[in-house]
Design a protein around this ligand. Structure first.
Ligand code: HEM
Length: 446
């Protein structure tokens, strides 16, 4: 059956994407008009097909190749081959190794106090602000998650490693590379040169951590660089892995927490319930232990519902190596298949009243009744996010620290507009006022 979609345009689809305000908004609109499977044009993808139906997505879950052109902007960050588009035979062992650290409890437990400590410093700063000036959450929280992931990724670092400087250098590199991707003019004429210097500094830092590595005899599954060294990965691949981990981890986790606080500000009844759960589980403690997380079930439902409504990474892409049958359609070999996570999460067939914030959608009973790929904030199949479990631990830890003590309300007169900027980003930031919860002191808890 012919896949529906708009008529071809001479510019290869560029102006249609721009007019819609970015690729994921364009995909949302296409699915509204043409249904769950849509064919469209895109510069860099001769045949592009987007699939927004969770059941049809199952037929694509085995695809194990990404389209090179769409991810070419990451080439300069990798020395030993762009990790986003590695061929499957190289990608599979790399993924397994990454998962053995990022997805495991030892790593989460070991780094947990560092996560809550960083969140608590920020909460102290906010709680101490005079005059109720709003804070801009998105910048603050992406900076916080960058600090958390730098500490995590350089877990074997010696005392000389300045995590603050590593985070600043990475920010410099990323601003330059994303600036090129989105054609943002840069004010500083030396920005390219400074990004090169920052990249060299980051690589040298990783090399120093690698050189200082002492084989533990038995692999320490909380030490990312240690695990890569012990698996015999090349120094260049280790440097690349750290870079890609920082890149994949920091904006995504930061915006996940920002969007959650934004939604709680709009839904005070849900914020009350989160606060009551935290009081019940933590008692007088200001900060959770790792073991508390599994008892914060409502907080987890709120986070999931927030990532449904605002998926931090709004789409994924694969290439078909042979013809593929998806429901009544045939997608030819060599096509780019898009996963429009946002459109999947707003599909009314699977999410009644899709725009409504309702954490109850994530009770275990309702999750069990839903199609497997109806909720896919971390992607699909063998290229799905290796950091999903770690990101969830980080986000829940940070939210628990904040919401035990503080209450966040939308700052008046500030619109919040989601736009595409590598992640689903609020165009003018997320401004909120922060106040101590009733009965909770403004000053840091002892
Ligand atoms: C809330 C936070 C996060 C979200 C929503 C998120 C989402 C995603 C998505 C949608 C993808 C693409 C998946 C696909 O193509 O099917 C991805 C890939 C990836 N993510 Fe995450 N991510 C998050 C945090 C993290 C963290 C904390 C790490 C590492 C510590 C991480 C590491 C990666 C890596 C390495 C990839 C590339 C996967 C591959 O090619 O094998 N992410 N992530």
């Amino acid at each position: 059956m012919h896949i529906p979609g708009p008529d071809p345009q001479d510019d290869g689809g560029a102006s249609a994407v721009a007019a819609a305000g970015g690729l994921h908004r364009y995909q949302l609109r296409l699915h509204e008009v043409y249904g769950p499977v849509v064919r469209f044009q895109l510069p860099g993808a001769a045949t592009a097909v987007s699939v927004a139906d969770p059941v049809l997505l199952e037929a694509t879950a085995h695809l194990d190749e990404r389209p090179g052109e769409l991810f070419a902007f990451l080439d300069p960050l990798c020395e030993a081959g762009n990790l986003q588009v590695l061929p499957a035979d190289e990608h599979t062992p790399w993924r397994r190794l990454l998962l053995s650290v990022l997805a495991g409890r030892p790593a989460h437990e070991r780094h947990f106090a560092h996560f809550t400590g960083a969140a608590r410093e920020l909460a102290d700063r906010w709680a101490g602000r005079a005059g109720g000036e709003p804070v801009e959450l998105q910048q603050e929280l992406t900076a916080l998650s960058l600090r958390m992931i730098c500490g995590f990724a350089l877990g074997g670092a010696d005392a000389d490693t300045d995590v603050g400087r590593v985070a600043a250098a990475f920010e410099e590199v990323l601003t330059e590379h994303l600036g090129r991707l989105y054609q943002v003019p840069r004010a500083d004429p030396r920005s390219a040169e400074r990004a090169e210097e920052a990249l060299a500094y980051l690589r040298a830092t990783v090399d120093r951590v690698v050189a200082a590595h002492r084989p533990a005899g038995r692999t320490d599954r909380s030490d990312l660089i240690g695990a890569l060294v012990e698996a015999g990965e090349s120094p260049a691949r280790i440097r690349d892995t750290v870079m890609v981990t920082l890149l994949a981890a920091h904006h995504t986790t930061g915006v996940a927490v920002s969007w959650t606080l934004h939604l709680l500000g709009r839904h005070p009844e849900a914020a009350d319930r989160v606060a009551a759960e935290l009081d019940r589980v933590l008692g007088d403690r200001a900060v959770p232990d790792y073991g508390d997380l599994r008892r914060l079930t409502y907080l987890d439902m709120v986070l999931k519902e927030s990532m449904r409504l605002f998926p931090p990474g709004p789409y994924g892409a694969r290439t078909t190596s042979e013809d593929l049958v998806v429901g009544p359609y045939e997608i030819p070999a060599g096509a780019t298949v898009f996963y429009p996570f946002w459109a999947v999460h707003l599909n009314p067939e699977h999410w009644p009243e899709p725009e409504r914030f309702d954490p109850e959608r994530f009770t275990p009973e309702r999750v069990a009744r839903r199609a497997r790929y109806a909720y896919v904030p971390f992607g699909i199949g063998s290229r799905g996010c290796e950091g999903a479990a770690l990101a969830t631990v980080e986000a829940r830890a940070v939210l628990a620290v904040f919401l035990k003590r503080l209450r966040f309300d939308a700052a008046p007169g500030r619109a919040v507009t989601p736009v595409e900027r590598f992640v689903l980003w609020a165009r003018d930031g997320i401004h909120m006022t922060v106040r101590a919860r009733d009965g909770h002191p403004r000053e840091p808890a002892p």
